[in-house]
Design a protein around this ligand. Sequence first.
Ligand code: IVH
Length: 548
Amino acid sequence: MDKTLTEAEAAAEMATLAQQIALHSAHYHGADAPVITDAEYDALVRRNAALEAKFPHLIRADSPSAIVGAAPASGFGKIVHARPMLSLDNAFEDGDVAAFVTKVRRFLLLDAETLVRLTAEPKIDGLSASLRYENGVLVSGATRGDGTTGEDVTANIRTLADIPHTLPADAPDVVEVRGEVYMAKDDFLALNAAQAANGDKPFANPRNAAAGSLRQLDVGVTRARPLRFFAHGWGELSAVPADTQAGVMAAFARWSFPVSDRLVTCDSVDAALAVYRDIETVRADLPFDIDGVVYKVDRLDWQDRLGQVARSPRWAIAHKFPAEKAVTRLLAIDIQVGRTGVLTPVARLEPVGVGGVIVTNATLHNADEIARQGLRVGDLVRVQRAGDVIPQVLGWVTPAAEHDALDDYAFPTACPDCGSHVDSEAGEVARRCTGGLICPAQRIERLRHFVSRHAFDIEGLGAERIELFVAEGLIERPGDIFRLHTHRDTLLAWRGFKDKSVENLLAAIEARRDIGFDRFLFGLGIRHIGEVTARDLARAFGDWPAFS
Ligand code: IVH
């Protein structure tokens, strides 16, 4: 950033940028072809974000960083990390932690008497981010990406209340704070309840919710999501404020970064393991998901000497918690029919607590998996919830005589929704309903896909409303959505549909009559045409007449 820029010059440039970005955004999102490349557009957005970071008091009411859909659908700009963002080696057993400390000693040529102090803190299940401050001002925020290059999420990061935009005067010129962006359990449950009420797909877990909320091209969405941050490390630091890990974290805390209040130092392996057990005991009661404890060598001169091997530092290790398991009864196996007809079995379970979360459903993957496990409805099953995945059924544990008395499970040969024949293609484990559009389930799933966020993105038209409109015969095919206005009076007569909500819905539909060709193609829900392929096809053909 140009350090000599005066406030007046910055304000003038920000005004021009606001105009340019709005213009190019309109070109991009409208039917017109964009007149500048995505990279040029990204550069304008980044320049504006950098100016806003340096002159926060000059942020305009029409700031481009707040414009819905201002960024091109090509995604985020890239940021090359000043220092790579590493990952961590894992320890699963106490012995692995002892071995870690032994290796540290050996590498540093320390004798058995020399104390190796470690820090210990919870390993939060979120996504890592790197925040760069220059001359005390937040100038960029990036995701980890491949460790070398991450996504530029500066505008999104700036919406997090936990993250300071400026640092105190005693902070060094260049500060890169690294940490975890996460969502608290309560906030995650509330967000999913809201998603369900809107007919949007719920997130599988707080980690996915945090990642999905941060990586939003529409910064307004990120702003509305309750994201939090805690610092656990750093990248470039032009001056290091302490000579220990714990000391630097204390400095970060003074600079207003949230730091785990459970960060402690331990002077032996036994002390570290005692912290692990303490944290494991309170795990379910913590307000956020954690999946282990991270130990780091406290002395920074030792961290430097230890360096890294492959993508992980030799001076740190993550001691993971075992996956949480429980036993409960398999009440039923429901079959869900997807957009392309794939039948997915879902285990309905007697509700059971697994690590602080009540589990009622679990994935069974496919017919082969049920057969392999020999599962029968009525079995007692072991379920596992491992951090970031949907609970899984591991197998049955019913007493043999009781299991033998149950009926074998037969995967349906007819679609449970439309009765069509169920088929599987050679080499594919998936079984599919052959009903196509005569299958109501496939029809509904296709309509849901058509209006979904990355396709037509029609606000207020969620799964529940789609199902209702289909059931009431108002819509059957995607085109019918654009004729919904002819049913205005019917809608207004329904309970739960207030004037305002009907008008909002119809306006949202009107607003999406004209959308990018890539979204249109993706929205058709053709097998093998995902978002990326749709975008490539749209680039190559430009519009429907050229394509068809
Ligand atoms: S230190 C040098 N401390 O876990 C590596 N990481 O599995 C820096 N994580 O990429 C990581 N809590 O995103 C560290 N207290 C903590 C952490 C933590 C969560 C994440 C981090 C890292 C991943 C590795």
